[in-house]
Design a binder for this molecule. Structure first.
Ligand code: ADP
Ligand code: MG
Ligand code: MG
Length: 195
């Protein structure tokens, strides 16, 4: 079991916001050939709102923190990814006053993403990163190489959900932008030193 404290969660969110700001243009570039070129700007807008909602504030528990994060993401990211990331944090908020096990929290978040978006592993979506990450965290640890391998695995996939699915076979050979942003989320988690 890996316990997530409010303090570590805030560090995690800070690191994620910084990575999204740094890689905003790259995320939109990834979304250009197989989408509408806005994933970086969507996420940067959302994470700026998250920072405004949580940075430097005190939260009594994970529930309150993650609820604020979810609301900021749902109201500001937009696109397909906004409601999906929002759902992920909302599901973690639901558990967050009784359970601080990172494996349980991330498993609940993934279940919410799958329920909301209907994607399963292999559809070339963020689910292809979240699924192996949850498995690794539940098995006791997550390494950068797990995250990189998961993101890179989306390059060879044919998209079956989201805008990229309109391209069918032509989506092959491109990394999925939402998988890359989820990769930044989990790199930020590793960088907190929680594992
Ligand atoms: P939009 O496609 O509406 O412009 P974004 O560009 O912000 O939204 O986000 C696109 C990303 O959202 C994709 O790269 C993919 O990872 C993710 N995504 C899209 N549809 C789904 C879905 N049904 N389930 C899971 N993830 C999805
Ligand atoms: Mg897009
Ligand atoms: Mg869009």
């Amino acid at each position: 079991m890996t316990e997530l404290t409010v303090n570590v969660a805030q560090q995690w969110l800070d690191g994620f916001a910084a990575a999204i700001a740094e890689h905003k243009d790259y995320l939109s570039e990834l979304d250009t050939p197989i989408g509408d070129g806005d994933h970086g700007s969507n996420m940067a807008r959302g994470l700026a709102a998250v920072q405004e909602a949580v940075d430097g504030k005190e939260f009594a528990n994970l529930k309150d923190l993650f609820k604020s994060v979810a609301m900021a993401l749902i109201s500001k990211v937009g696109g397909a990814s906004g409601p999906l990331y929002g759902t992920a944090f909302l599901e973690m908020a639901k558990l967050g006053d009784t359970d601080s096990d990172l494996g349980d929290l991330l498993a609940a978040a993934l279940a919410g993403i799958e329920k909301r978006g209907g994607a399963t592993p292999g559809d070339k979506t963020m689910v292809d990163v979240w699924t192996p990450v949850v498995q690794a965290v539940q098995a006791g640890g997550l390494k950068q190489s797990d995250v990189d391998a998961a993101v890179n695995s989306t390059e060879a996939m044919v998209a079956r959900k989201g805008r990229a699915s309109y391209l069918g076979e032509r989506s092959v050979g491109h990394l999925d932008p939402g998988s890359m942003s989820s990769g930044y989320l989990f790199t930020a988690l590793i960088n907190t030193g929680v594992f």
